[in-house]
Design a protein around this ligand. Structure first.
Ligand SMILES: Cc1cc2nc3c(=O)[nH]c(=O)nc-3n(C[C@H](O)[C@H](O)[C@H](O)COP(=O)(O)OP(=O)(O)OC[C@H]3O[C@@H](n4cnc5c(N)ncnc54)[C@H](O)[C@@H]3O)c2cc1C
Length: 317
C-alpha cells in the first residue's frame, strides 16, 4: 500500500445537521462509509447488540445498519467471525470493503488482508482510542440496570465538549455517568491498552479518525458547533477516499503537530488503583466498585454545579 510521504491532517464536519448531531464527533465515519454504501460496497464496523449487551462487528451494505453503528461504545468490541466473512465477501463480489475499528482492530484487519492477498481491496480506518474497557464490567452494569434501549455515550445535546451519557429504560432516560467515570479513571481498561503501539499519528492503515480536540486553536475560524472530526490520511488510497467525501463535509487542512492529543502521543497510563479495583470487583461486585470509584458528588457540590450552570446561562443571554 503506498504511503504518503507525510501523514496529512484534516478537520471535518458533516454538512447534514441531523446526521452530525447523532455522530460522536464530526461524523467522519458517516461521510467515509457513505462513499462505500452508495457504491454498493460493504462496510464492517461494530454495532451494539441490545440482546447480548455487547458491541459486535457486523458486515453490512445498508445505510440503516450504518446509522445503527453510529456512536462510540466505551467497551471492548468483539470481531466475532467478521474477518473471515470479509474475506468470503471479497472473494464472491467485485466491490471494495471498508473496515472501521479502534487502532489494534484496524491493524489486525490490515495484517489479515495482507496475508490473504486482499489488502488492495480494503480501505482500513483506525479510530483514536483512550483504551477499551472490559466488556464484562459493562455487561454486569447493563444487566443491573434492566432492559436497556437507546444507548448513547456521547449525546451532544449540550455541546460536543460536554456530552451526556445515558440509556433509555422503560421509556425513561437514565444516566450512565458512573460507568463512564470508571471507564475514564483507567482502572477497567484491558492490560494491553497500557502498552498500546497505536497511540501515534503514524499508523499503517489508510485513515485514522477521532475528535479534533484543540481545533479552536489550530483553526480559529472553523465553525466547531456540533463537533469536529480529525481525519489523518496515511496512504494514497486514504487520500482517494478523502477526495470523495469533500462534497458532504465542511473541511480544512491542518498540521499533524496541531492536532496532537494524549492518545496520539502515548498510551493511557495504568491506574495505580487498578489491582485494588479488580480485587474489589471480583470480591464485592459492581455496585461496590461504582460507589467506591465513581462516587456521586455531595449535595453541596451538586447545588454549586447547578448554580454555576444557571449563572452561565444567564450571562449568555
Ligand atoms: C473505546 C473508544 C475510545 C475512544 N477514545 C478516543 C480518544 O481518546 N480520542 C479521540 O479523539 N477519539 C476517541 N474515540 C473516537 C471517538 O469517540 C469517535 O468514535 C470518533 O471520533 C468517530 O466519530 P464519528 O462522529 O465519525 O463517528 P460515529 O458516527 O459516532 O461512529 C462511531 C464509530 O465508532 C465505531 N465504534 C463504536 N464503538 C466502538 C468500539 N467499542 N470499538 C470499536 N469501534 C467502535 C462505530 O462502529 C462507528 O464506526 C474513541 C472511541 C472508542 C470506541
Amino acid at each position: 500500500m503506498s504511503r504518503l510521504r507525510e501523514t496529512r491532517a484534516f478537520a471535518v464536519k458533516l454538512k447534514d445537521k441531523q446526521q452530525l448531531q447523532s455522530s460522536s464527533s464530526g461524523g467522519a465515519f458517516t461521510a467515509i462509509s457513505d462513499v462505500f454504501l452508495t457504491n454498493g460496497d460493504a462496510v464492517i464496523s461494530p454495532i451494539y447488540n441490545y440482546e447480548t449487551c455487547q458491541t459486535e462487528f457486523e458486515i453490512y451494505r445498508s445505510p440503516k445498519k450504518r446509522d445503527e453503528a453510529r456512536g462510540s461504545k466505551y467497551m471492548q468490541s468483539y470481531p466475532l467471525n467478521t474477518f473471515r466473512e470479509a474475506e468470503k465477501w471479497l472473494r464472491k463480489n467485485d466491490g471494495d470493503l471498508l473496515f472501521v475499528g479502534v487502532g489494534c482492530q484496524a491493524d489486525g484487519f490490515r495484517r489479515y488482508m495482507e496475508v490473504r492477498g486482499l489488502r488492495d481491496r480494503a480501505t482500513i480506518v483506525g479510530i483514536i482510542c483512550h483504551g477499551s474497557s472490559s466488556p464484562m464490567i459493562w455487561k454486569d452494569y447493563a444487566k443491573k440496570m434492566g432492559s436497556i434501549a437507546n444507548l448513547n455515550f456521547r449525546d451532544k445535546r449540550n455541546d460536543w465538549h460536554r456530552p451526556v451519557a445515558h440509556v433509555e429504560i422503560n421509556g425513561r432516560e437514565k444516566s450512565i455517568q458512573d460507568y463512564l467515570t470508571i471507564f475514564y479513571n483507567k482502572c477497567a481498561l484491558r492490560p494491553s491498552c497500557y502498552q498500546c503501539p497505536y497511540a501515534t499519528t503514524e499508523r499503517e492503515v489508510d485513515l485514522t479518525i477521532g475528535d479534533f480536540w484543540g481545533v479552536e486553536k489550530a483553526l480559529p475560524d472553523f465553525d466547531i458547533s456540533g463537533g469536529v472530526s480529525l481525519v489523518l490520511v496515511h496512504t494514497e488510497k486514504g487520500l482517494e477516499v478523502f477526495e470523495k467525501v469533500k462534497n458532504d463535509v465542511e473541511w480544512r487542512e491542518s498540521h499533524v503537530i496541531d492536532c496532537l492529543q494524549p492518545n496520539l502521543v502515548k498510551p493511557t497510563e495504568r491506574s495505580p488503583h487498578r489491582d485494588e479495583f479488580w480485587k474489589d470487583y471480583k470480591t464485592k461486585g459492581i455496585n461496590f466498585v461504582l460507589k467506591k470509584y465513581a462516587p456521586k458528588p455531595s449535595l453541596i457540590r451538586r447545588i454549586a454545579r447547578k448554580m454555576k450552570k444557571t449563572v452561565k446561562a444567564l450571562l449568555k443571554k
